[in-house]
Every structure is written in C-alpha cells, then in structure tokens.
Design a protein around this ligand. Structure first.
Ligand code: AMP
Length: 305
C-alpha cells in the first residue's frame, strides 16, 4: 500500500527564462511533486495524459517506488503549459494553458490508494480535487495547492476544497489573490478561519512563511548563485514537504517545520536545471549535504545584552 497519494497534472511544458529555452519538456504539478517525494516514501499518482505522451520518459520513477497505475491514458493531447520568466524569477508569466485531456478528466483513485495516509491535491481543477477527496478515507494530512488560473476561473469550487483540507501549500501571490489581503499574517489567518489548521506560504527566493493556530515559522531559501528555471519549484517543495511528512508518519507542528526545510532543500535543486532534470539525477547524499549547508545558514549564537 502506498503512503502518499498525489493528484495533479502531468504535462509538456515550454519554458523561456533569461538563461535559455526548453520546448515540450516534461512537467506538471504531479510529476514535479512525485519526482521529489519519491526520495522519501512510496508515492501513487492520479493524473491523466494524452495518447501522445511518452511513458518511457517517466519510467525511471518506478525504480523509486512510484506506483503509476493511477495515470490514465486518455484519447487526445497531453496538458500543455507555456510560460516565461523575466529576471524576476519569482513570477511566472503564463503564455498559454492548453487543458486538452484534463477538460474531460474524471480522476479515479485506484482501490489500493484510497487509504493513503497522506494526500496532496496538487495544482489542478478544483472540481477534480473535490472529486478526489470524495473517493478517499480520512488521511493523516490532506494538503492543497492551487494557482491563479483556478483562483480566477473556479473560485467557488476552490473555496469548497479549502474548507475541506488540513493544510494549504500556496505561494505568496496566490494567498493575496484568494484572500484579497496584502499582509501575509492577515491573509493566512483568513484561510485558517475557513478550516485548514496550517498555511504554508512559498515566497520563492525569500523562503517560506508558515502559520498554524498557535505560531508562525519562517525559513529562508537556500542561497544559490545560478538559477536556471524556477518551473516546478513550488511542486518540488511540496514533494519534499509531503514526502518527509509521510516518511515520519505524522504532521505535528515540529515535523511540519522539518518538512518545510526538506521542501526548501528539494526546491533548491529543482531550479538548477530545466524541467525535472536536476531532481531526476539527484542523490540522497546530495540532499543530506545541502540540508546541512542550509542549516548552517540559519545558526547564530545567543545575543548578549
Ligand atoms: P510551479 O512552478 O511549481 O508553480 O508549477 C509549474 C508546473 O505546473 C508546470 O510544470 C506546469 O505544467 C503546471 N501547471 C501550469 N499551469 C497549470 C494549471 N493551470 N493547472 C495545473 N498545473 C499547471
């Protein structure tokens, strides 16, 4: 039985950054997520691809205990996303979103995924996220991501999903857009009032802000000299975050903070190359080394006054 279930997109992306271009490369919220999470736990994916999708391209995930029986191959074209980044790599400009097979997708959660203890609703149509929630038991942690496309096109459905999840992992701009609050504290509190117990806000190169019912936690991003492509950094963060939680088996205030650090470490690798390439060739010793380097950036002695 798998520990962690993700539902989201598997995509072909075309990306342009100030440092290069990549056309029709592997992407999608569920794929970036799984690529990272599979370092820590067994993952089952629920997604759809079109008949044009080359499954060979993701077969390496099987060696990392990923169950792909929940990926449905539908008649039509795979979901495609085109985006561009300027020198502000925190802000993706969507040039084109082609839903293709997602438009008619009705996610079916395989029988043996239904009791997964950890469930991540990656960025996809909120109506589909609701459909997934209805098919599963009560996980230890049910966590949600979304993006501006769905906030603008499916606001009511999104609000329904928010009221049913335990945690949100969203970026700063999304928090502001959903809550119409500029201030992170006020925005996160508004979301907590809707039901979730914990809000994790991704702030790109500025790190992560977390708020739960009792406290606030801040984590910096790992300082990198060369960032090539931020696409999927958020999903990779979520993969490290949820993968770690599933690995330790509980979502307490303490493990959530550790998971934020693991998510930060994984996201820092993702941006070093296009598409899923850097995480595909990543190793556990590299992950551990960067964790220690990041921890080193946060140490300081007590101030004496
Ligand atoms: P991130 O940079 O972590 O926010 O995620 C980027 C990934 O999300 C890309 O690989 C895209 O294929 C995927 N994506 C882009 N737009 C959407 C959308 N509207 N719904 C679901 N996934 C999307």
């Amino acid at each position: 039985m798998i520990k962690l279930l993700v539902a989201g997109t598997v995509a072909y992306d075309s990306i342009e950054t100030p440092f290069g271009k990549a056309d029709n490369v592997l992407g999608g919220s569920a794929l970036h997520f799984t690529n990272a999470a599979s370092f820590f736990t067994d993952v089952g994916m629920v997604a759809t691809v079109g008949s044009d999708f080359d499954m060979e391209g993701i077969s390496f995930l099987k060696d990392r205990s990923v169950d792909m029986s929940g990926i449905e191959v539908d008649h039509g074209k795979t979901f495609r996303w085109e985006g561009r980044y300027g020198y502000d790599l925190n802000q993706a400009i969507t040039l084109k979103t082609e839903l293709n097979v997602i438009e008619t997708f009705k996610p079916k959660v395989p029988e043996d995924y239904r009791n997964a203890e950890f469930l991540f609703l990656a960025n996809i149509d909120p109506d589909l996220q609701l459909h997934v929630i209805e098919q599963v038991g009560k996980p230890v942690a049910l966590v949600l991501d979304t993006m501006n496309f769905w906030i603008e096109n499916k606001y009511d459905a999104l609000m329904k999903v928010i009221s049913r999840v335990d945690m949100l992992v969203i970026n700063e701009a999304e928090l502001r857009e959903i809550t119409k609050e500029h201030n992170l504290l006020k925005g996160a509190r508004k979301l907590i009032d809707l039901g979730p117990v914990c809000i994790v806000v991704k702030r790109g190169e500025y790190g992560v802000f977390m708020m739960n019912r009792d406290e606030v936690f801040l984590a910096p991003a790992y300082p990198l000299e060369d960032v090539f492509d931020p696409t999927g950094a958020g999903d990779t963060f979520a993969g490290g975050f949820m993968g770690y939680l599933a690995n330790v088996g509980e979502a307490t205030s303490e493990t959530v903070k550790q998971a934020i650090i693991m998510g930060t470490v994984m996201a820092s690798f993702n941006v070093e190359d296009f598409s899923i390439n850097r995480i595909k060739r990543l190793t556990m010793p590299e992950i551990k080394q960067r964790y220690h380097a990041l921890k080193g950036c946060m140490q300081f002695g007590d101030i004496s006054l």
